[in-house]
Design a protein around this ligand. Structure first.
Ligand code: MN
Length: 270
């Protein structure tokens, strides 16, 4: 059992056949923390709306998280796009799990980290190329515009996920650029908000790296990579990978050379 200060998880996709619950359970058994952050796409309501899939292992994960919340762990849940329905409950608590749109975590080393799922950067990313040509257009404005658009789509009852980014992601070469653009857009927000870093998920590409003077953390996912970000008691951050043999290994060191895993998934929804 390892005691750490904080655990950051995203993109677990419970309720989807793609989720790897055993490897997550191995991780949750090994690590205890003061803070547990669930940074979106924890429950895949999109997958469940197509067909209900909920094996006992998925229940075990929910029970384990709730048990942690009842005892000594502060659990905070930032909904993502696959569990967007839970955004209706922002500001509320369920079984000692607080649901919020975003959160600022301060590490033991005093670093301020913005926690968001990251789907707001998805559309921003598709516009990145000509944004950089136009120069002065604010990402923040675009992020707000994107939020307003998805609200409107919901109100109009347009189902499914509207995304030019999905189209771009079907092409591998575009996908490489896509991941880079997503990371810059996220880092840009951290800079603008005066943060030391940003912790997000969404694109299933686990990494810790310096971008424009801030640190960009991506938790990865529990579909392909089985990774988590942890903060040790002294504020040191680490990317941890749960291997198929259920052994936990360090995935990367927190310096700018640590481009941990340039994995690119072709197509597919995030
Ligand atoms: Mn997502």
């Amino acid at each position: 059992m390892k005691r750490v200060r904080a655990i950051f998880l995203s993109d677990i996709h419970l309720g989807s056949r793609a989720c790897q619950p055993d490897r997550l359970l191995a991780f949750l058994k090994e690590y205890e923390s003061e803070y547990l952050y669930l940074i979106g796409d924890i429950i895949d309501l999109w997958a469940m709306s197509r067909s209900v899939y909920w094996p006992p292992a998925h229940n075990t994960i929910v029970q384990k998280v709730l048990r942690k919340a009842r005892h000594h762990t502060q659990v905070i849940f930032v909904p993502g796009n696959h569990d967007e329905a839970l955004r209706e409950y922002l500001g509320m608590s369920f079984g000692a799990v607080d649901i919020v749109a975003e959160h600022v975590h301060v590490t033991a080393a005093g670093k301020r980290l913005l926690l968001v799922h990251g789907d707001e950067y998805d559309q921003v990313t598709t516009c990145h190329r000509w944004l950089s040509m136009l120069g002065d257009v604010s990402y923040t404005a675009l992020v707000h515009l994107n939020r307003a658009l998805s609200w409107l789509r919901r109100k109009l009852g347009v189902s499914g996920h509207w995304s030019l980014a999905d189209y771009a992601k079907r092409n591998v070469l575009k996908a490489v650029a896509y991941v880079g653009d997503f990371e810059s857009a996220a880092a840009h927000t951290a800079v603008q908000r005066g943060m030391d870093g940003i912790v997000c998920g969404h694109i299933h590409t686990p990494v810790m790296k310096h971008i424009n003077g801030v640190i960009y953390y991506n938790c990865g996912d529990w579909v392909d990579n089985c990774t988590a970000i942890v903060e040790h008691m002294d504020g040191r951050m680490e990317l941890v990978r749960s291997t198929p043999e259920l052994r936990l290994v360090d995935a990367a060191a927190p310096d700018e050379t640590a481009v941990a895993h340039p994995r690119v998934a072709e197509g597919g929804r995030r």
